[in-house]
Design a protein around this ligand. Sequence first.
Ligand code: HEC
Length: 225
Amino acid sequence: MKNLPTLFCGIFFALAFSFSGLILTGHIQLGGLEPSTETLVPSDDDPNVMVMEEGQTRYPLPLSGIAQQGKQVYIELGCIYCHTQQIRRPGFGADIERGWGLRQTVARDYVRQDRVLLGTMRTGPDLAHVGGRYAGDAGRDWNHLHLYNPQTVSPGSTMPPYPFLYETREIINEPSPKALDFPADSEYAPPPGYEIVPTRRAEALVEYLLSLRVDYSLPEAPIPE
Ligand code: HEC
C-alpha cells in the first residue's frame, strides 16, 4: 500500500469538494435569510446597507399554535404525496394563471418553517396559497366538507375522504354550532337527527390550511400590481 497517503488525500478532497458544493454554498447563499418587511430602506449609517424599518410586520408570519398542530396532522396523513407548497414563477408553469398564487414563492417564504413541505407530486392543486382561495368562515366550512368527503364540494375528485377526522353523533338537544353544513339534498349528509362534527385533529388541520397564504410582498418577490 505505498499509495496510502494519495488515497487519503483523494478521499479527503472528494468529501471536501462535495461538502463545499452542496452545503457551504447553500449556506452562504441562503443561511442568513431572515423574515423581512415588504420594503427595505437604506441604513442611516451606510446607504449601501438595506435595513428594515422599525415596528413593521415581518413576513412570513409565524404559525399559530393550533395551525402548528394542524401541520403535524398534514404530515401524518401524507397530504404531501399529492400536494406541493411552491408557486412557480411565470414562464415555468401555469401556477399563477391557475390562480394558485399571486406571486412566485422564494426561499424567504420558508425561513420560519422547521419542516418545509415543498412536495414533489401535483396530483392535486398547489396549497402554498390555499388559505387565500378559501378564507374566513366560508373557507373553514368548505374545507371541512371537502376533507370529510371531497365529492360533497368537488364532484369527481380523486382525493381520498378523511371521515375518521369527524364524529357522527345523534343530536340530543340543540345541534352543535360546529356541525358540518351540507348543501341541501347532499347524498353525503347524515341521516335526520344526526350531525357530523370535526374532531380536534380536523379543526387543527383546517386552521393550518387557512394559514397557508402568500399574500405579502417581499423585497425580492413583490406582488405584481
Ligand atoms: C391521492 C391524492 C391526494 C391526497 C393524498 C390528498 N389530496 Fe387534496 N386534492 C387532491 C385532488 C386531485 C384535488 C383537486 C380536486 C378537489 O378539489 O378535491 C385536491 C384538492 C385539495 C384542496 C382544494 C385545493 C383547491 O385549490 O381547490 C385542498 C385544500 C386539499 N386537497 C387538501 C388536502 C389535505 C389537507 C390532504 C391530506 C389530509 C390532502 N389534500 C390529500 C388529491 C389529493
